[in-house]
Design a protein around this ligand. Structure first.
Ligand SMILES: [Mn+2]
Length: 309
């Protein structure tokens, strides 16, 4: 039997980790294919809290793959977001809710939908087959949906995400409001978090037209806890822009309670672009964007449109 290596994106978020663990249960128990979930980086405090709460071990870090390995990418497909050393020839499965941005050389199993989380998609795959799901798996998938949709407040949320969460909670039996509160407190916690962690724990690069753009996100119930470090963060972002050799570098501090974003503007280049795309003013290196919480839908899409002109 081929062993399937399941892995989410670099700088993993909760959805990326729990969808890999749940996909392992799906591949192994439902499809009868030997598989193992890995992580492609350090876990954030929210994900750590969830795994501890559910009583699931942290997946091993992916180091390298063998020539004969079969790889399942979850929660991403873009080359810039995957782990170092992946040969796309080994990818046989993609389960994702981001835009498709690769061309494969052979037919692969590909499950992609514009839905709130990869966790939602994996829940759907179980339910479609009326397959049995463990309580731990249901809890993890529910956490993945709640995390990626910011408790159904992100514009990426669909009606289906809510229905799937309800079905999952028939198995998970969690007090959702209480659980979300604990998750978001853990997400906002700066305990053991360095300045570098703040800008890199949820950092992704994107190809937009001929430009490469790096965008970090910090989702928090308490933006002020990060904003007090603004000067150091801006400096670290300027350095990261040089090291990563990207054309633009942005950083979003997302207030997940009030539902808005403070976009950090590191230089004139970003200022000109952001003013053009978002039509808001920059004050003290910050552009305030009311109602903006989703990088994927509200930042990447309009930026890509502009940079592809
Ligand atoms: Mn996701």
């Amino acid at each position: 039997m081929d062993k399937i290596i399941i892995v989410g994106h670099k700088n993993p978020d909760t959805d990326s980790i729990v969808s890999a663990i749940a996909a392992q249960e799906f591949f192994t128990k439902v499809l009868g294919k030997e598989s193992k979930a890995y992580r492609a980086g350090v876990l954030n405090n929210e994900t750590k809290f969830i795994l501890e709460k559910v009583g699931v071990e942290i997946p091993e870090q992916i180091v390298a793959i063998n020539e004969e390995d079969s790889v399942a990418l979850v929660d991403h497909n873009e080359a810039g977001q995957t782990f170092e050393g992946l040969n796309y020839g080994n990818v046989d499965y993609i389960i994702d809710h981001h835009k498709l941005s690769i061309v494969t050389e052979k037919p692969i199993f590909c499950r992609m939908e514009p839905i709130g989380s990869t966790s939602s998609l994996i829940a759907k795959m179980f339910f479609e087959r009326s397959a049995e799901m463990s309580e731990a798996c249901a809890k993890l998938l529910l956490a993945g949906i709640l995390s990626d949709t910011l408790n159904f407040t992100s514009p990426t949320t669909t009606q289906e995400d809510k229905e799937l969460a309800e079905k999952l909670n028939n198995i998970a039996k969690l007090n959702i409001e209480e659980f979300v509160g604990e998750m978001f407190n853990a997400k906002s916690s700066l305990e053991g978090i360095s300045l570098q962690d703040i800008i890199t724990l949820d950092y992704k690069t994107f190809e937009m037209g001929k430009s490469n753009v790096g965008i970090g996100t910090w989702e928090t119930t308490n933006p002020q806890s990060v904003n007090v470090k603004k000067e150091q963060i801006l400096q670290a972002l300027i350095e990261k822009k040089n090291v990563d050799k990207v054309d633009h570098m942005f950083f979003m501090v997302v207030d997940i309670i009030k539902g808005n974003c403070q976009l950090y503007i590191i230089s004139e280049t970003e200022k000109v672009l952001a003013e053009k795309v978002f039509g808001a003013k920059v004050e003290d290196e910050i552009m305030f964007l009311p109602g903006v919480v989703s990088r994927k839908k509200q930042i990447v899409v309009p930026l890509t449109e502009e940079l592809s002109k």
